[in-house]
Design a protein around this ligand. Structure first.
Ligand code: NYM
Ligand code: MG
Length: 240
């Protein structure tokens, strides 16, 4: 009789893959928050391709993962930025810098909520793009450019896709958007080189001249490592 009862309570046979998925989701719900993973680099280094592939791969191996990108052109602030980038409108340089930052701040409640739900967020550009691009303009110091983003959720990992501007240019013509020319991109690259010296952040430099597949594998393994390290650590504050 007892045996029979036990037999009835046994769940239907499940594949090891389902067990893994359920176990991971349960552990996420129990304690571990998601990791905040950022991809940075000049234009044409493959950030968008790699962020998408990373999210797909994480999901396929049973993790909770979502993609975000900045600028987020879908919000009201994002539309102002988009029109500026497309040269359809002009904005004063400080003003547009602050709009890019505001476009990140408006997503902060959502970012925190998702991380706390155990969702790993893969972010295509973040505050480092803000600083690297604006400080490539005349009379903008790195320090001034960082201030509006001080206190944003701190990334657990920043993947810097490194490629010379010459190599980047070989990947095809730049688009018609603002900033898309080699001399500006060169200044942006130099600014990134200053930013990656910051040892309070977990920067990993990746050679973006590698194949899409090689790059993906490297990025995935750095991400999985960062996801392990997150454990019960609270979400940090950037540049604080
Ligand atoms: N950009 C992006 C900035 O100038 N400041 C920022 O804060 C961010 C997030 O926008 N050339 C620039 C970098 C890019 C441009 O980005 C649009 P994308 O990834 O091409 O949509
Ligand atoms: Mg672009």
């Amino acid at each position: 009789m007892v045996l029979r009862k036990q037999t009835l309570l046994l769940p239907a046979p499940v594949s090891p893959r389902v067990v893994t998925v359920v176990a991971r989701a349960a552990s996420a719900m129990a304690c571990r928050r998601g990791a905040l993973v950022v991809l940075e680099g000049v234009d044409r280094t493959g950030k968008t391709t790699q962020s998408r592939r990373l999210v797909e791969a994480l999901k396929a191996s049973g993790h909770l993962a979502e993609l975000l990108r900045f600028p987020d052109r879908t919000t009201e602030i994002g539309r102002l930025i988009s029109s500026y980038l497309e040269n359809k409108s002009n904005l004063e340089d400080h003003t547009v810098h602050l709009l890019f930052s505001a476009n990140r701040w408006e997503q902060v409640p959502l970012i925190k909520e998702k991380l706390n739900q155990g969702i790993t967020l893969v972010v295509d550009r973040y505050a480092f793009s803000g600083v690297a691009f604006t400080s490539a303009k005349e009379n903008f110091s790195l320090d001034w450019c960082k201030q509006p983003d001080v206190g944003l959720p701190k990334p657990d990992l920043i993947l810097f896709l490194q490629l010379s501007t010459l190599e980047a240019a070989k990947r095809g013509d730049f688009g018609n958007e603002r900033y898309e020319n080699s001399s500006f991109q060169e200044k942006v690259l130099q600014n990134y080189h200053h930013l990656i010296k910051d040892k309070t952040l977990n920067w990993k430099t990746i050679d973006a001249s590698k194949s899409i597949e090689e790059l993906h594998n490297e990025i995935k393994s750095f991400t999985e490592e960062a996801m392990q390290e997150v454990q019960n650590k609270p979400i940090g504050a950037l540049w604080k």
